[in-house]
Design a protein around this ligand. Sequence first.
Ligand code: 5GP
Ligand code: MN
Length: 455
Amino acid sequence: MAKKSHRGERLGEEIKKVVSDLLLRELRGPGFESGLITVSYVKAADDGGFATIYFTALGAEPEQVIDAFEKAKGFIRGEIGKRLGLRLAPDLRFKPDLAEQYGQHIDTILSGLDIPKDEGPAGREASLSEIAEVLEAYEHIFAFTHDHMDGDTLGSALALVLTLRELGKDAWVFADAEPPRSLAFLPSSVLALPEAAAQIVSGLEAAGEPWLAVAMDYSGTDRIEGRAPFFTGAAERICIDHHVTAVPEGDLYFLDPAAAATAEIVWRLIQEVDWPMNEEIATAIYVGVVTDTGRFQYANTKSETHRIAASLIEAGADFRMAFSEIYQKVAPEKLIVERAMLSALELFADGRGAISGVGQDVLSAVHAGEDETDGMSEKLISIIGMKIGVFLRELPDGHVKVSLRSKDPFDVASLAAEFGGGGHMRAAGFTADTSLEETREILKVRITALLGEKP
Ligand code: 5GP
Ligand code: MN
């Protein structure tokens, strides 16, 4: 899909020189001085509209470095414009170089775990206005939520679909299952589960109508297991995501690891092209932001996140309903899962690691879904002195869903990537095909090594 353009390549090289020089001479502050920051490559759009700067950060937190870059963005763009003689310097985005991160785990890769080391995104990075143009070009659009639905994947997919409906499109949220109870208050009439979606798709195919697929809050088809053929079968595919480990599988993608939630990106998209906003759209985006920031608690929360939340409330987001449905209604079954989690809790690595798991014996007896297991890993990481918390839940097929949380400076996104999953620095996950007990033992050994000696 991606066309090679010499102009983009040349511009990328030039920008790399400028930013490398600025890092050496001009850029100061904690984000830049906490480690060794180098620009590994720059991917510039053919039309010079924007460029993505991939960096490696030795001894520094990638998220802190992104923050520092974001703050200095105006200055950097100014310098690029001046030094390269551009009337309009490209808009800039900053991303950690994942190939480098994977490189640091080369031993694990070689020991047989299949992380694609050199595999880059298959598609082409696009600006939000370009994505809007593609969305506008299609009449039939499916926004895909990822398996094990959460508030951000559903909130962002719903917000996009409701907006597209306002624009008169035939748009659907393509979900693997009904939303969990805590999210069931969101509009459900635009939801298509696999059976219904298959019917819509076969109707479109019979009529020779092309349709567009949009991945919301994930990038790889491994996260839409049963629905992957639908995604692959679309006329065109877009990925909109904020996971630091994302390797998009579509034709076009917009990735921003600095965004607190994918819903935040949807908000920006709507603002960028001045699409309509209403109470339902605002509530859906609000839910994505609130759930992915843990109610504005996690380090991904920025002043911008609060500004977006404020504008959503002004647009009529029903935040009282959202908080009440998501956080103030606990099913008794959840307490049973929590009791099982506490009784299987094990602290290790001098109290810096916590791990617990709950099996199908308990989970199926109480019909536990996403709601009943949600928040368990947060409980583990909130233990004083804890650095990495792991919650394991056995799935009906015997596989184990692993939920990882960490505290500064431990990076669970890379840890999850070692096992074929992904996520964010402080919250990540993967599905293991080992048993509950085996997974527990493997992770204890790996995490003990990762935590190293107690300082
Ligand atoms: P949670 O522990 O809340 O299920 O997930 C934490 C974070 O890790 C979320 O951002 C989620 O998208 C990501 N994550 C969880 N499981 C997987 C997985 O199997 N693959 C990938 N790529 N990311 C995951
Ligand atoms: Mn998300």
